[in-house]
Design a binder for this molecule. Structure first.
Ligand SMILES: *[C@@H]1O[C@H](CO)[C@@H](O)[C@H](O)[C@H]1NC(C)=O
Ligand SMILES: *[C@@H]1O[C@H](CO)[C@@H](O)[C@H](O)[C@H]1NC(C)=O
Ligand SMILES: *[C@@H]1O[C@H](CO)[C@@H](O)[C@H](O)[C@H]1NC(C)=O
Ligand SMILES: *[C@@H]1O[C@H](CO)[C@@H](O)[C@H](O)[C@H]1NC(C)=O
Length: 305
């Protein structure tokens, strides 16, 4: 008991968390417009993104679209990172884009003052990051709607933060087996990346893929910011079953976990928190129930808002 009190008073942080690491990370997942909205179903988050982050020890807060900038600033100061999921919202003009832009700019400013705030984009989220970074729609049309591929790692992989903790065996499998699922029509062509100053200076390209015609960048991490993007879907391997080309081998499932573990470990470096416990519990995804949608969509379960 005495030791317990001593610990509290000395660090004014609870005993369960190391002073330099946040062991209660909360990550925001951005919602987006439902393509054919119904009453009470105007925005959604696929549940696989929630499971992805939860599997590595984070709790999730949905980031609703159409909120005020003040609401977003308040939320930014309460969470430890944000994930922009895949989907089909517009990356140029949508509620998804508007929120993504606000959080992107807040994250740039925060990281500049050494407030470490990680941002992750998957598929559409990755495409959104390219638009936010260079201010232009620079993507090319590719035939990559429904295919799992091995990653073609670039030489930059040796300096990568993202893959540093991956077991050597898994890296070998990622490079030789189709473990990364692609569900996109737009891609960042390698030739575009190589000639776009803003993108090339900002992001390290870690892997590429091709549709047989256009070679595109499939994994990036920013050089100077904890910003990450995958054109492919790490969350699907463990949590989505609706398509025959979603990979589920042991290495495929490990890929899901190691990617999640990496991003959550980045969020553990941030110390934002909700002003009150009540505010925190009200914001958590636990307030919502996912709906079974596997019979009508590519997602087994979906949160609707
Ligand atoms: C929408 O949600 C409100 C509040 O939860 C509920 O009262 C209403 O019945 C719902 N409408 C439909 C069409 O489900
Ligand atoms: C967000 O705002 C747009 C534009 O006003 C509107 O069309 C859309 O229905 C809103 N969506 C949600 C989920 O509030
Ligand atoms: C993938 O898409 C192609 C072209 O869009 C289609 O012909 C093919 O049947 C699809 N394959 C699967 C497994 O869905
Ligand atoms: C991998 O990338 C390199 C460099 O861009 C390229 O020359 C090679 O053809 C790619 N290999 C595959 C299998 O796509």
């Amino acid at each position: 008991m005495i030791l317990f009190l001593f610990c509290i008073s000395l660090f004014s942080l609870p005993c369960y968390s190391s002073a330099k690491r946040n062991d209660r990370p909360i990550i925001g997942i951005l919602a987006q417009e439902v393509y054919l909205p119904k009453p009470n179903q105007t925005a959604y988050i696929a549940a696989s993104y929630v499971k992805f982050l939860e599997s590595a020890g984070a709790r999730v807060v949905p980031v609703m679209i159409n909120q005020t900038s003040e609401d977003y600033i308040k939320l930014f100061n309460s969470i430890n990172g944000i994930l922009y999921p895949g989907g089909s919202a517009s990356i140029i003009s949508s509620g998804y884009q508007r929120a993504a832009k606000i959080f992107y700019e807040l994250a740039i400013e925060a990281n500049k003052r050494r407030d470490y705030f990680p941002v992750w984009g998957t598929c559409l989220g990755f495409e959104q990051l390219t638009y936010l970074t260079c201010g232009e729609m620079v993507l090319s049309h590719t035939d990559t709607k429904n295919v799992s591929l091995p990653l073609n790692f670039t030489d930059e992989i040796k300096d990568s933060r993202m893959f540093k903790g991956f077991p050597a065996e898994l890296m070998k499998d990622l490079a030789s087996e189709p473990l990364t699922e692609n569900s996109h029509q737009w891609s960042l062509a390698l030739s575009t990346y190589n000639t776009n100053e803003e993108l090339k200076m900002f992001y390290r390209a870690l892997s590429t893929n091709t549709d047989g015609r256009i070679e595109f960048v499939s994994t990036v991490e920013a050089y100077d910011y904890p910003f990450y993007g995958t054109q492919w879907h790490p969350e699907k391997n463990a949590f989505e079953w609706t398509r025959p080309y979603f990979p589920h081998s042991p290495s495929a499932v490990k890929t899901t976990f190691y990617m999640a573990d990496f991003f959550v470990s980045e969020a553990r470096k941030n110390f934002h928190r909700f002003e009150s416990e009540e505010g925190e519990s009200k914001a958590l995804i636990y307030n919502y129930s996912p709906v079974y949608t596997g019979h009508e969509s590519g997602f087994e379960q979906t949160y609707f808002f």
